[in-house]
Design a protein around this ligand. Structure first.
Ligand code: G1P
Length: 304
């Protein structure tokens, strides 16, 4: 236990990653391959998300999966055949890359069964999480590793209790794609108090242009609320609706704070943003960046 922490406020160590979605926006690539396994440069998108959890100190990872998601389990497991082939060749660099994903975190998996929405997916984590605060990371949102967000959210939860969500200002015409928060300022610049939440509102009904991006640090009382949450937008059990109750009533599990994120985020569930993420991350890589940037400059000069 970290110094200064009591039994009633244990260090947050569990991350939940919902990964049961069908990935229809990427068909046909996702016909037989989970969308989470699509490469961003040379790593599957999901590995960035697990690395983010680990770098925020959360090394117990539960993935909520479904049918056709077995490659996720294989990716975070040992591959003895490949390892011994690389060992025989003396290819230490590639061997390290193969072993990296299986050494990252303690991985657990549970299947969602019926796809009844994000709130239902999070509820599937209840037996594993127990009574501790925990993080939820949505796999479609990729946060640039140089702009730490989750560590700040964990810090806020440890200082203020309750639940913490990540918010980002978006253009008003984009707000219908996100959960949207009504907010009040606090005495800390990057931190707001969330006074209300609505899932994917029309622009006319949106209380602000602060969108929920896919990072949450939740009090375990959210499970009690999710058990009673009726299907909402799209006929699905919405995590946003359960959080709205915490923000509204300030009962156990609340209040809800929002960390306002101003760093780099990519929605790898969107094809355009997925391409932008690959180009940006490739440009910044030490091994690939210099050549790739030279090529990109001449490509842009020729094409535009
Ligand atoms: C989910 C949440 C939404 C949030 C979004 C962030 O929606 O329901 O509140 O703003 O993730 O990416 P989805 O994009 O899964 O439809």
């Amino acid at each position: 236990m970290v110094a200064g922490m009591t039994e009633s406020h244990p260090r947050i160590s569990k991350a939940v990653i919902p990964a049961a979605g069908l990935g229809t926006r990427f068909l046909p690539a996702t016909k037989a391959t989970p969308k989470e396994m699509l490469p961003v440069v040379d790593k599957p998108a999901i590995q960035y998300v697990v690395e983010e959890a680990v770098s925020a100190g959360l090394d117990d990872v539960l993935m909520i999966t479904g049918r056709n998601k077995r490659p996720l389990e294989d990716h975070f497991d040992r591959n003895y055949e490949l390892e011994s082939a690389l060992q025989k060749k003396g290819d230490a660099d590639r061997l390290a890359k193969v072993q990296e994903s299986s050494d990252l975190a303690t991985m657990h998996y549970v299947r969602q069964g019926d796809p009844k929405g994000l709130g239902h997916a999070v509820l599937c984590a209840a037996p594993h999480v127990g009574h501790e605060p925990f993080a939820v990371l949505l796999g479609d949102d990729l946060i640039d590793p140089r702009d730490p967000l989750l560590a700040r959210m964990v810090e806020v939860q440890e200082q203020r209790g309750g639940s913490v969500i990540a918010l980002m200002e978006v253009a008003p015409e984009q707000i219908h794609l996100y959960g949207c928060a009504a907010i009040e300022a606090t005495d800390e610049g990057d931190l707001v108090k969330v006074t209300g939440l609505v899932e994917k509102p029309d622009v006319a009904d949106a209380p602000s242009n602060y969108a929920i991006i896919g990072r949450y640090v939740l009090d375990p009382h959210i499970f009690d609320i999710l058990r009673k949450t009726e299907p909402g937008r799209g006929g699905e059990i919405q995590l946003t609706d359960a959080l709205q109750q915490l923000a509204d009533e300030e009962k156990v599990g609340g209040p809800v704070h929002g960390v306002v994120f101003k760093g780099r985020r990519y929605d790898t569930g969107d094809r355009g943003d997925y391409l932008r993420a690959i180009v940006r991350l490739a440009c910044e890589r030490e091994d690939l960046g210099p050549d790739f940037r030279t090529w990109l400059r001449s490509y842009v000069a020729e094409e535009m």
